[in-house]
Design a protein around this ligand. Structure first.
Ligand code: BGC
Length: 758
């Protein structure tokens, strides 16, 4: 093993500064004199985009398997499947000479409009964290590094290089950080990529709190922090904040700035040394697995892609029409049936080894049926009545119409956000016109994030969300439509009825360079729960060709300490006629808490495979964090005594079983009472109550009389005095009686505070 401390000490200032900036778009800087090799990094995340020419940022890339994008992966809710894909991805990295793959992308889906949602897992931090950890562990288990990105609060493409995401501390810690935290703590990614945007005023690339205090110190991240491509503004400030590696390079002026800062005493050389040590540790770790000397199994990976895609596709609606029952004639409608939309635009764009079109794959699985085809819509946004007329004629002449609808790339891609949730006007008209003449119509959607459907959904008996489904997605669609695979995907994001319903609607996309996260903790289903808004398809929703029954919810204990956690189990039975898979979801509901909490929060999930009639017991283990929330004044996760409902559901709106556990908190939290604390807060605080209660009655009585009444209820100003004084700061309450007090209000309150803190 290389002695890194020694190596760092042998490097010149120039070499060290150079090592912290890339030598090219995709390679780190080598130092031949000391045997320090270069390291190759490449996008990610759902395939390997290894450019043929490593010197060109957007060069043609070598053929690699294009797996389904994260929206599809996450809808599988299957950590083992994601691990299988991660291993295949690592094999391709090894074959293609890649040391670190730039993924997974782990940002939260704050608004369905975000153009890059296809690359992100979910609106739920728990689910995202679990899936990202599984991906990282699998890739790195094979000796290839990952880059967990984009850290942090990068939830829109609009002005992504500069926007300032302004949010409160609780939302940061409870919604936008946990998915990173889980992945970092559990899976130890080799690298973490900082985001382009600012968070509360500072660029992520210069964010000391995010990069050093939280990521490196609190979470114990040992790897290197790399910038997103072009995210660096001030290299020296970045280094001080904890940004170890700038990409892409070369950037001689930046290297020079670092050298000069050290020479001028503006940058402590120890800070640079630490960044260098981190970069070297990953560069040498990468060396342990030789690259570029093997081939990967294209056919096997293509087959895996088909499997992954079929597990992630979500059957949103089915009024008995699917699976197809050997129709003699099928009208296949929609351009994407022949030109599949299987991946998103931008940095993740893969040069696939092969692509299966839905049209060809459908024909293979139904050799005796007759197929017709109508394009239905063009590549862009143009309206063309002839295409609709032709499609309607084909649909009328067949027993079944399958409409393939893909959002055009001009609408959805990395680099820009969508303006609306709707399909194009032409596509909506196509669906309405075809379903008006053909009652057996199935809509198959290709998109990266929620779309609105209320304009046409009622007229269509079945809808399959097939996402950006990867290069073998065409086959996966055929498998599901013909029942060779029983669909088991469930939404990892809510499909709202309308854009106006969405959590960030009033705050997105921001103005004057800032976007305010005004909805706070309430993103995704947390918002729809709180507003009691009906959605089109709920988080966690997804149909199967069979039915599942939930029974026998058993809590190991009805009363627990937070430190012990809780074990519980539930039985799931396949009560239908075909084998299938069900994703069981566990949410908790805190019945009462001092600070506001979402109605429910996902804290566990499990995907089980069941033969007809089979029952399996699914077990969960909840821990301290499952019950805790982040307290911005205590600056830590806290639990409170109280009752929590354990909700077991098939989706966020389909809760099948419920029980309650009583939790006692083992935390001894310091009092957070201060000069401004209200009477109620004093009475709710354990120590505060002890010291304040003895004088409470007397003070209340003298306050009431100062207000001109004998009892609180007699005060003649049309209000309940008790309610009024509860929300009064103790100091103000005392102020009203200043003249009659032996000591000044300030002295009394300070005296009480001293007792509370002693
Ligand atoms: C993207 C990153 C990507 C990088 C390199 C950036 O624009 O945000 O996700 O890894 O480019 O292509």
């Amino acid at each position: 093993m290389t002695d890194l401390t020694k190596l760092v000490s042998q490097m010149t200032l120039e070499e060290k500064a150079a090592l912290c900036t890339g030598a090219g778009p995709w390679v780190t800087t080598a130092v031949e004199r000391l045997g320090i090799p270069q390291m190759v990094v490449t996008d990610g995340p759902h395939g390997v985009r290894r450019t043929e020419d490593l010197d060109v940022i957007a060069a043609k890339s070598k053929p690699a398997t294009c797996f389904p994008t994260a929206s599809c992966l996450s809808a599988s809710w299957d950590v083992e499947l994601i691990a299988e894909m991660g291993e295949a991805l690592a094999e391709e990295c090894i074959a293609l000479g890649v040391d670190v793959v730039l993924g997974p992308s782990n940002n939260m889906k704050r608004t369905p409009l975000c153009g890059r949602n296809f690359e992100y897992f979910s609106e739920d931090p728990y689910l995202s964290g679990e899936l990202a950890a599984a991906y990282i562990q699998a890739v790195q288990g094979k000796g290839v590094g990952t880059s967990l990105k984009h850290f942090a609060v990068n939830n829109q493409e609009y002005q992504r290089f500069s926007i300032d995401s302004v949010l409160d501390e609780r939302s940061l810690h409870e919604i936008y950080l946990p998915a990173f935290e889980t992945a970092v703590k559990r899976a130890k990614p080799w690298t973490v990529m900082c985001a382009y945007n600012k968070v509360n005023g500072d660029y992520c690339s210069e964010h000391h709190e995010l990069l050093s205090d939280i990521l490196k110190n609190d979470w114990g991240f040992e790897g290197l922090v790399v910038s997103d491509w072009g995210a660096v503004h001030d290299r020296v400030t970045g280094l001080k904040a904890g940004l170890d590696l700038e990409m892409p390079g070369p950037k001689p002026r930046r290297v020079q700035a670092v050298i000069e800062a050290v020479e001028a005493g503006d940058l402590d050389e120890a800070v640079l040394d630490e960044a260098v040590r981190r970069v070297l540790s990953i560069v040498f770790k990468a060396q342990e697995t030789p690259k570029g000397q093997s081939e990967f199994d294209r056919a096997a990976h293509h087959a895996l892609t088909r499997k992954v895609a079929s597990e992630g596709m979500v059957l949103l609606k089915n009024e008995g029409i699917l699976p197809l029952q050997n129709p003699a004639s099928i009208a296949v409608i929609g351009r994407s049936a022949k030109h599949p939309h299987y991946q998103g635009g931008g940095s993740s764009h893969i040069n696939p080894t092969q692509v299966d079109s839905p049209f060809d794959e459908l024909k293979k699985l139904a050799p005796s049926a007759s197929f017709s085809y109508a394009e239905g819509y063009g590549e862009g946004l143009e309206h063309n009545l002839d295409l609709i007329t032709e499609a309607v004629a084909e649909a009328q002449a067949a027993e079944v119409a399958l409409i393939f609808v893909a959002l055009p790339v001009v609408i959805e891609s990395e680099g820009y956000d969508r303006k609306a949730l709707d399909l194009t006007e032409q596509q909506v008209n196509l669906i309405k016109s075809v379903s008006a003449v053909q009652s057996n119509t199935v809509v198959i959607l290709n998109n990266g994030s929620a779309v609105a459907m209320s304009e046409w959904l009622d007229g269509v008996p079945a809808v399959l969300e097939s996402w950006m489904m990867g290069q073998a997605g065409g086959g996966a669609i055929a498998d599901i439509l013909f029942g060779r695979v029983n669909p088991s995907g469930k939404l990892a994001e809510t499909f709202p009825k309308a854009l106006q319903d969405t959590p960030a609607y009033l705050n997105y996309p921001g103005e004057n360079g800032q976007v305010h996260y005004g909805e706070g903790l309430f993103i995704g289903y947390r918002y729809y729960d709180a507003k009691q808004l009906e959605v089109e398809f709920a988080f966690g929703h997804g149909l199967s060709y069979t039915e599942f029954e939930y029974s026998n919810l058993k809590l190991a204990s009805k009363s627990i300490k937070d430190s012990d956690g809780l074990e519980l189990s539930v039985d799931i039975t396949n009560v239908g006629d075909v084998a299938g898979k069900e994703t069981v979801q566990l949410y908790i509901h805190d019945q009462e808490s001092k600070l506001v909490r979402p109605y429910k929060e996902l804290k566990g999930f499990a995907k089980v495979s069941l033969e007809p009639g089979e029952t399996k017991t699914v077990r969960f283990k909840l821990n301290f964090r499952s019950f805790a929330y982040y307290h911005p004044v205590h600056k830590r996760w806290v639990t409170e005594d109280g009752d929590f409902d354990i909700l077991i559901g098939a989706s966020a709106t389909d809760i099948r079983l419920k029980d309650t556990v009583t939790l006692s908190s083992t935390l001894e939290l310091p009092s957070i009472l201060n000069k401004e604390s209200t009477v109620k807060e004093w009475l709710e605080d354990k120590k505060g109550k002890e010291v304040f209660e003895p004088m409470f009655k007397e003070i209340t009585a003298s306050f009431t009389s100062a207000m001109g009444a004998d009892t609180a209820s007699e005060a003649d100003i049309g209000m309940d005095m008790t309610g009024f004084l509860m929300d009064l700061p103790l100091m103000s309450l005392l102020d009203f009686q200043d003249a009659s007090l032996a000591e000044a209000p300030e002295t009394i309150v300070q005296g009480l505070l001293a007792k509370v803190r002693s």
